[in-house]
Design a protein around this ligand. Sequence first.
Ligand code: NAD
Ligand code: DAU
Length: 357
Amino acid sequence: MRRLENILVTGGAGFIGSNFIRLLLESAPGFNGRIINFDALTYAGNIASLLDVQAKFGGKRYFFERGNIQDADLVATIFEKYRIDTVVHFAAESHVDRSIVEPDAFVQTNIVGTFTLLEATRRYWARRDGVLFHHISTDEVYGSLGEINTFTETTPYAPRSPYSASKAASDHMVMAFYHTYGLPVTLSNCSNNYGPYQFPEKFIPLMILNLKEGKSLPVYGDGRNVRDWIHVDDHNRAVWQILRQSKIGESYNIGGENEWENIHLIQKLIEIIAKALGADTDELNRLITFVKDRPGHDRRYAINCAKIRRELNWERVIGFEEGLAKTVDWYLGNKEWIDGVRSGVYRQWIEQNYKER
Ligand code: NAD
Ligand code: DAU
């Protein structure tokens, strides 16, 4: 079992990264080390997602450093300052729709940023053993499935959006650093995550909030596209297993084995929300609005988890009914966080409190 003491988490103020930090500090068996959250605080990064962690662990086992992964000098300083032994690289531009409209930022952060971080890591770790760079990636690198089959770790890459192409490029660079320089790396490709603190531009939080507010529910195309949903904590537990137990140079697929057509998932959300708010199901159903399809919209994703189950003994533990109901409750009960990320109040606060160096 690998010993982890000083973990640099990039993108730790985002959806999955903030849940990862909380999970590790609150409940990861055998972890007593420190976490350094390194995040540029883009529109998707919210320090407010970690106020509880800051209050409980801040300055002792949790440290926040604002910065961009493309800033090689700053990254080098952070490595020295905290004697980093593990990098868990979540930082990315993550929304497919944005990548269609503004692909530049995806190339900069996901490709150039990952390369810069790898170079800084390679220099710092030139003569150290027992260190690890774990890269967080997506099932979207494999492209689009038809009605049958699932993605395995040996499925050829076939990305189809600027987002997935930028993630595929970063995956290849990570593996190139392993093969060429011997940098100790691991890689994981996960399916669609859901849970608390997800920015409400993504499907599940967007639909929950629109249902709550009586706004229309924009369904792309025919609504029959399929996604494989996994609770963010199940994803993060898999990452934790990889960090401690994986051989270097390995990649693992992580997924929920839980496929839903978008339109059926909306109907499920309507059922849950109607119950929670005492609202009329027919009225909520009338909010469904079919809109123009996303260009290059991948039809179906589905992950085969056999490798991580077999080699690392990982299993998904959160059932979808339970996880979804709790997620709905969270969005209905956290108005302050939602208003904050939507209104930009936190942005102003961040500008005042965390000046970029
Ligand atoms: P997110 O958009 O919620 O968070 C991204 C975080 O990265 C933000 O805090 C942002 O401020 C930070 N960031 C962006 N650019 C940066 C830069 N240049 N330097 C430093 N920090 C920067 O994303 P997420 O949904 O939490 O996804 C995290 C990772 O997981 C991404 O790599 C994504 O590709 C991958 N992933 C996401 C999903 C999903 O369903 N959300 C599924 C599989 C894989
Ligand atoms: O599969 C993993 C990927 O899942 C991650 O790598 C990405 O970072 C993450 O954003 C997610 O990508 P998707 O494109 O699958 O997620 P999104 O929430 O944008 O959309 C989910 C599905 O819902 C997709 O088929 C598009 C559709 N959709 C989405 C939105 C925002 C709609 O029909 N209407 C919408 O308004």
